[in-house]
Ligand binder design. Structure first.
Ligand code: SAH
Length: 345
């Protein structure tokens, strides 16, 4: 194993077979070795600074029916909400005062959130906060729409591919959603000039080591600026209610692996990490992640944006979330950065 880790440290790449071997031998010792190397690489580029992104959950209305997701169209128990432009801008203002310089607008694919509306919101945020990065995480659109979002002032786009394997994609999504369209979106986003993020849920139902290797190979050639990975967690009102949650250990190993493959990528330690285990977010940082995304959404609506069960921090004000994270990061020798934190290739 040691040889593979050394090879990865030196080349930043392994063969498909070697990636598979590494993942199949996910021991505590391997994770320790990988995390140590990954942290050293992250520290070279980011010091002990952790970038923060203010996450604004803008709508939980969604036309899609992804089997894993709590806000899927088919879940009739969700109380639906959508923020107005004024509410979104109010979140940004609160976030700016709390030192956030990136706003992430995330939501379902809400038919009432037209491209015109998104353009309008992005333009207003851009005008009021010229020094901030605007990240969108609003699902699949046509190329022209993505171009309009970019021209309105959005800088980054998050769209996890979820799984590169077409058969496995079909296990996670209804037929009308395809991996071809996901990848088309990702290619468009990148060509347009967005800093583009992709990624997967670790331990989603039906996922095998071979699938993960496929995901690694896809990410290797796509070269995203951001890599979002977190454990799959079941939501009780979805078809996957009784499925097992993903593995924190495999997620940590993958964070370290991607850090070694992409030294300068922005890799968040996600809310799902903190949900699967109380110290999960810290463990993600110690495995090589360099970003956290505290929630800026209005407190009274947060519980309705439940992608999975027991999501943490649904009952906190934005300031409280940020302060708590700051304290947690300090405990492990890191601090929250007030920089905008653009990814360099
Ligand atoms: N509608 C947007 C935003 C989705 S939410 C989009 O589809 O891109 C962002 C991410 O949350 C998804 O990409 C998915 O990987 C993750 N997610 C959704 N349901 C989840 C679950 N049950 N467990 C863990 N992660 C989940």
């Amino acid at each position: 194993m040691c040889n593979l880790v050394n090879k990865l440290i030196q080349n930043g790449r392994l063969s498909a077979q070697e990636y598979g071997e590494l993942l199949a031998n996910n021991s505590e010792e391997l994770r320790r070795e990988m995390a140590q190397a990954a942290r050293a690489v992250a520290e070279e580029h980011f010091g002990n600074k952790i970038y923060t992104r203010g996450l604004i959950e803008v709508t939980n209305v969604c036309r899609n029916n992804c089997y894993y997701c709590g806000i899927r169209a088919g879940n009739s128990k969700v109380e639906r909400f959508r923020l107005t432009k004024d509410q979104i801008l109010a979140c940004c203002r609160r976030g700016y005062d709390l030192d956030f310089r990136t706003f992430v607008l995330q939501g379902g694919e809400d038919p009432s959130y037209s491209a015109d509306f998104i353009v309008d919101v992005v333009q207003d945020i851009r005008r009021e906060f010229p020094d901030c990065a605007i990240t969108l995480s609003m699902g699949e659109w046509g190329r022209e729409d993505y171009e309009r979002f970019y021209n309105a002032g959005a800088n980054r786009y998050l769209l996890r591919h979820e799984t590169h394997n077409a058969a496995h994609y079909g296990v996670l999504h209804p037929k009308k959603m395809t991996i071809e369209n996901r990848l088309r979106c990702l290619n468009d986003l990148k060509e347009i000039g967005f800093q583009t993020g992709t990624g997967i849920m670790v331990g989603s139902p039906g996922q095998t080591i071979d699938h993960l290797v496929e995901d690694i190979l896809y990410i290797e050639q796509f070269e995203p600026e951001m890599i979002g990975i977190g454990p799959f967690l079941p939501h009780h009102d979805t078809p996957f209610a009784n499925e097992a949650k993903g593995s924190l250990e495999m997620t940590l190993l993958l964070i370290s692996l991607f850090r070694l493959m992409f030294p300068k990528a922005n890799i968040p330690s996600t809310t799902s990490m903190a949900t699967i285990e109380p110290t999960g977010r810290e463990q993600g940082i110690l495995a090589g992640a360099n970003v956290v995304m505290p929630n800026l959404s209005p407190k009274d609506l947060r519980a309705h944006y439940a992608l999975y069960d027991n999501k943490v921090a649904t009952n906190e004000e934005a300031a409280e979330s940020r302060a708590k994270l700051q304290a947690r990061m300090e405990q492990i020798g890191y601090e929250l950065s007030a920089e905008r934190g653009d990814a360099k290739r």
